[in-house]
Ligand binder design. Structure first.
Ligand code: PLP
Length: 374
């Protein structure tokens, strides 16, 4: 399919193996820098003959980075087709999805309203400029804070609708994007990614047995598993959930898959494991230490909320059940989220070291000027 130039909208045509899905999106906005690279990822401590590769969906862009871009390519096309003049979305205070949505909206000349969930004591204070908030506020997204308690009581759908009604009464035309961009339309983002992986693995002469990915709202794993099952890929999708429990995600992704009339069962096409640890967006020192070790060993920086936890539990599982992974070719999807790391700087401080004042003797001669070196 011809995606057209960056920021252009083109008619969408699905992969040949997905034409029976329903509904099929009308258009796609070209927002992501794709195809994202796939490269070998030599993590220390892999089982015998296990080959690990990584797909760099953290490189789908700079401000507009990570896995949410793929969903937004379809969601923003729908928003524009429906004549929206602004978008509303909702998530945690460091939501990568909210940041990506805000950037995509500005690229397309739409206003953006973000409902962000924070603690009760912070809900009526300036949210600050850490991580994703810096980008959101630089580009002028409207931030509406809710407490975790209000969020749990009222629910994300009702909160989105409440803001929608308010904006309509002011004469605006809002388009609401659900948490994580995870509805059946957003699912097409990772169906499309499977077409990309299919082409790349053919070009590279690779055949992946397994796909590994973090799961937060379920849209990515729904698209990956549906696509992998229907395409020639046939890789088993392993999801590592970082909030809620696996049963919740089997049910939620079932709803997304049913929304495309695929007739498949989520329990047949996905294997979901719990990687939540201390809780959503909370890290143990061991997890952060692990992320740092991987960064030092391979140059790849995982994020603390999603891919870091997924890789942490994956390697644990490889140690506990080596037979499950031995001899396999595995593709790990790096879903982005680097900006979330800024929320962890205090916790990371003690893990860093490796710095000192450069010792320079008093008598060391001065060498001046550019060009003299050549
Ligand atoms: C949202 C997110 C995920 C999870 O993807 P879902 O489609 O919401 O399950 C994983 N990694 C990062 C960095 C994310 O921002």
């Amino acid at each position: 399919m011809d995606r057209g130039l960056f920021l252009s909208k083109v008619p969408y045509s699905p992969p040949s193996w997905a034409t029976h899905l329903d509904p099929i999106p009308c258009d796609i906005y070209s927002l992501g820098q794709v195809p994202t690279p796939i490269h070998k990822w030599n993590l220390p401590g892999l089982p015998k003959n296990t080959e690990l590769w990584i797909k760099r969906d953290d490189l789908t862009g700079m401000q507009l980075s990570g896995n949410k871009v793929r969903k937004l390519e379809f969601l923003m096309a729908d928003a524009v087709a429906k004549g929206a003049d602004c978008v509303i979305t909702i998530g945690g205070i460091q939501s990568n999805h909210c940041r990506a949505t805000a950037v995509a909206a500005k690229y397309l000349n739409l206003d953006c309203f973000l409902i962000l969930r924070t603690s009760k004591v912070l809900v009526d204070k300036d949210p600050g400029l850490t991580g994703n908030l810096l980008v959101e506020r630089l580009i002028g997204a409207n931030v509406e804070l809710v407490s975790k308690e209000e969020y749990a009581k009222i629910g994300s759908v009702a909160l989105g609708n409440l803001l929608k009604e308010r904006l309509i009464s002011k004469g605006r035309r809002p388009y609401v994007i659900p948490v994580g961009g995870s509805n059946s339309l957003g699912t097409w983002g990772y169906i499309e990614a499977i077409r990309e992986i299919e082409q790349q693995s053919q070009q590279m002469g690779l055949c992946f047995d397994d796909i590994v990915v973090a799961c937060g709202s379920g849209g990515s794993i729904a698209g990956l598993s549906l696509g992998s099952w229907l395409s020639t890929l046939k890789a088993k999708v392993h999801a590592f959930s970082v909030c809620d429990d696996p049963n919740y995600f089997y049910d939620y992704t079932q709803g997304l898959i049913d929304g495309l009339q695929s007739g498949l069962s989520s329990r047949d096409v996905i294997d979901i494991q719990d990687a939540k640890g201390l809780g959503y967006a909370m890290n143990t020192t061991e997890e952060l230490q692990f992320i740092k070790e991987i960064a030092e060993a391979t140059g790849v920086i995982l994020d603390p909320v999603y891919s870091g936890k997924a890789a942490y539990v994956l390697l644990k599982d490889m140690k506990q059940n080596p037979a499950k992974w031995e001899g396999k070719k595995i593709l790990f999807i790096h879903t982005g989220g680097l900006l979330g790391m800024y929320d962890k700087v205090e916790q990371l401080q003690s893990l860093m070291g490796k710095w000192q004042k450069l010792v320079v003797e008093e008598s060391f001669p001065r060498i001046d000027g550019i060009g003299k070196m050549f």
